[in-house]
Ligand binder design. Structure first.
Ligand SMILES: NC(=O)c1ccc[n+]([C@@H]2O[C@H](COP(=O)([O-])OP(=O)(O)OC[C@H]3O[C@@H](n4cnc5c(N)ncnc54)[C@H](OP(=O)(O)O)[C@@H]3O)[C@@H](O)[C@H]2O)c1
Length: 247
């Protein structure tokens, strides 16, 4: 099959391209670095010529709810319209477990808009939700750290390796549209602060972690089991320990 990966150079896009190529598919990488901008639609029609399936793994750095919603609404609108013109038969998008339960996070706000547009859109679709990636604790520290200390939310999570997410996206992309699939998670639950501490220790980073529901991407609404996957979730096999050992 000819499959376009939109966001091909990203954290989950890169292993998704590899997984699809390994499966014998022809992959069309789509990002601004390949001359396609979802925000304007520039280059999209040429990129999607002859494409059977699109996997959308794009992202924005916008943390403000209005900016995040604007990015995902414009990008998804341009992408779905171009897919319809090109006769694309399956639109696959990665989303986030627990999206509906978190109201105070701007990125989640944008992703809800993206999901709604895909559900109502003109192209048969699959929405694959995944839990937090193993890389997320270090990203949060990068966003919040100041003067040697970083506020970090004391979340309970069941994080997943991006390689496991990529393998599932490649499998889904090669099959028929499924609508909403089972949640995808990692094999074990973890304490988010503990994950961050272990990653920083492995990197020799002495930033002091301050458990806090303030000054970060998640407020106290994310406490308890809010971010955990549904009991029937599909589980990746990579453990946090083995991922960390490979860093
Ligand atoms: N992080 C998590 O824990 C987590 C968990 C579950 C789901 N997710 C979801 O996974 C998705 C991918 O996240 P990620 O961390 O892999 O993203 P990422 O590493 O930031 O990569 C984003 C990709 O999108 C491309 N892109 C950005 N703006 C674009 C534009 N205007 N036009 C075309 N391409 C554009 C980038 O390439 P260029 O810059 O070259 O354009 C890049 O290839 C996100 O939607 C996120 O919500 C994340």
């Amino acid at each position: 099959m000819r499959i376009a990966v939109v966001g091909a150079t990203g954290l989950v896009g890169t292993p998704t391209v590899s997984a699809l190529q390994h499966g014998g598919h022809v992959v069309v990488p789509v990002t601004r670095s390949t001359g396609v901008d979802l925000s304007t639609g520039e280059g999209l029609d040429a990129a999607l010529d002859g494409v059977d399936t699109v996997v959308d793994v794009t992202n924005t750095v916008a943390a403000d709810p209005t900016e995040a919603e604007s990015f995902f609404a414009t990008a998804t609108g341009n992408l779905l319209a171009a897919e319809e013109r090109a006769g694309v038969r399956h639109h696959v998008v990665v989303s986030i477990v627990g999206l509906d339960r978190i109201r105070g996070n701007g990125h989640y706000h944008g992703k809800r808009r993206q999901e709604a547009m895909v559900e109502r859109g003109p192209v048969p679709w699959t929405i694959q939700r995944a839990t937090q990636f193993f890389e997320l604790p270090a990203m949060v520290v990068g966003w919040t750290a100041a003067q040697g200390a970083a506020p970090i939310p004391p979340l309970l999570v069941q994080p997943v390796a991006v390689h496991d997410v990529a393998a599932v996206l490649a499998e889904v992309a090669a099959g028929p549209p499924q609508g909403r699939t089972r949640d995808l998670a990692g094999p074990e639950a973890h304490d988010f602060v503990d994950m961050a501490r272990r990653i920083l220790t492995a990197r020799g980073d002495r930033t002091r972690l301050v458990p806090s529901w303030r000054d970060g991407p998640f407020g106290v609404e994310a406490a308890g089991e809010v971010l955990l996957p549904e009991p029937t979730a599909r589980l990746g096999s990579t453990t946090f320990d083995s991922w960390l050992a490979g860093q």
